[in-house]
Design a protein. Sequence first.
Length: 293
Amino acid sequence: MSTPSPAAQSFPAVVGVLGGGRMGAGIAHAFLVAGAAEVIVVDVSEMAAQAAAARITKDLEASLTRGKINGELSDWTDRLTATAEVGAFARCGLVVEAVPEDMELKVESLRRAEAQLAPEAWLATNTSSLSITDLAEQLQRPERFCGLHFFNPVPASKLVEVVLAERTGAELAALSPRWVEALGKTPVVVKDAPGFASSRLGVAIGLEAIRMVEEGVAAPADIDNAMVLGYRFPIGPLALTDIVGLDVRLGIAEYLESQLGERFAPPKLMREMVARGELGKKSGKGFYDYPEA
């Protein structure tokens, strides 16, 4: 039977995740594998919650197969609860929101979660670009709120961007990097700014790569190989855009354009691909084809 590791004592025993999609499931998996006593995932419906549970279970099975964790699958799944009832968060010491990248939806979701939490509990958002300070202003306890920007795919990624808002309290500023380290990942602490550090740089490179495809400079594979082999990127910017999702990156680019100017304007090709439903790996086609998607 798996037991919480000493490192896991850095974060609360019961952790909640709001949203059980690709990112939310990955975050839940990370806390389970790190030794959280229980992880509670809340989604919009019971059907969505059960789909999230299946997604997390699949990730756990993969971790067992690869020898990343040991024991029986039930050792891990017995500590997972998936539900549509947001009231389940009442027992959580930390909730991480992972709903789609839309300001109104984020605010509504964070307020719903915060209303269920004990006064001493912590709340975080997984937003990749939206202002943590603006989100915090919509909450009752902004000093207990920060950004925890996980990267896709969460189980394999070693980085979490810790984003501190203007009103993030000193205690949380000290705790949040320790939570990341307890997950076996490396924290990068940044102040709240449009796109933070990772999205701002990553999207800038990705948009320029798309413009190069649009202008016929080179084929997607050649552009990606230039960055992987020439600059030692672990994955090319176009392949990464497929993994993140063109629709997700389009939304981030539009937000960054509104905050930082024309250099983040989405290329015409990007808009056309999203309109055609060519969203990347999740749709089966993006800059590359994914026949098993």
